[in-house]
Design a protein around this ligand. Structure first.
Ligand code: 16G
Length: 240
């Protein structure tokens, strides 16, 4: 029951109720929650109040609406700490999740100007342009476009990039990946990204650009990635 004589807004109490039911798995992932009408009757509040609670949870990625059907419980977002320079394969392994990649492109090209500058290359130097859909537990999580100097990794194959690039660089080639710089921005998915990620066009996505270095400070990759914003949140600990 909602408490009417406390300073917590009613919609907020309904949000808390819904989140608790999801936490307790009474409302299961992928299943429909009770309709706005049912909830407004159950709590004896207006439909508007219920709608506000549901809309807030939809905006937070906890629920999603399907037109003409109802409102469903979304999958939990993966919490990605912004600490430690890890690979997609390692991240999923740490969570006990399976990972795979769908290879969309594997080319050796003349480096575009911005990539050439970021990788400190000469004009005629070639780069790999590798595009992969990164998949966790059979679901697409991100699209990654990786640029790496061809000269640094002359024997890279499609087979290798179906697995882990970091594993190849460190274990097979014995090179040390030391640090990276990452920039995260919000965007709306374009048609192509939406199709690859299995989301509707214009859904929110997180665009990440990572530039990584081999020790002592040789840039070896520029990666432009698009992550599903409904599946990821990035966590950072900060000291004062
Ligand atoms: C992560 C990295 C990417 C790197 C990839 C290697 C981001 C945000 N993350 O996805 O830069 O190339 O791991 O993964 O860019 P792999 O070793 O599984 O191929």
């Amino acid at each position: 029951m909602l408490k009417k004589n406390v300073p917590l807004p009613l919609y907020y109490q309904i949000e808390e109720y819904l989140k608790q039911k999801i936490e307790e798995e009474e409302f299961e992932i992928g299943k429909m929650i009770p309709s706005e009408r049912e909830l407004s009757e159950r709590f004896e509040v207006s439909r508007m109040t219920v709608r506000q609670a549901v809309t807030n949870l939809v905006n937070a990625g906890v629920l999603y609406r399907e037109k003409g059907k109802g409102t469903y419980v979304a999958e939990k977002k993966l919490e990605q700490p912004l600490k430690g320079l890890t690979s997609f394969t390692e991240d999923m392994k740490q969570r006990g999740m399976s990972s795979s990649s769908q290879l969309l492109a594997f080319d050796v090209i003349a480096a575009p100007r911005d990539i050439r500058e970021k990788l400190d290359l000469e004009e005629e130097e070639k780069v790999y342009c590798i595009q992969r859909i990164r998949i966790a537990e059979d679901k697409p999580m991100a699209i990654e476009t990786t640029f790496m100097p061809h000269e640094l990794l002359p024997n890279l194959t499609e087979d290798i990039v179906h697995g882990s690039i970091y594993q190849y660089v460190e274990h097979d080639l014995g090179m040390a990946i030391s640090q990276a710089r990452q920039i995260i921005e919000a965007r709306a998915a374009d048609e192509e990204e939406a199709e690859h990620l299995n989301i509707s066009p214009h859904s929110p996505v997180l665009h990440i650009e990572r530039k990584s270095f081999l020790a002592p400070s040789v840039p070896f990759e520029v990666v432009k990635s698009t992550y599903r914003a409904d599946r990821y949140k990035f966590i950072t600990d900060i000291d004062r």
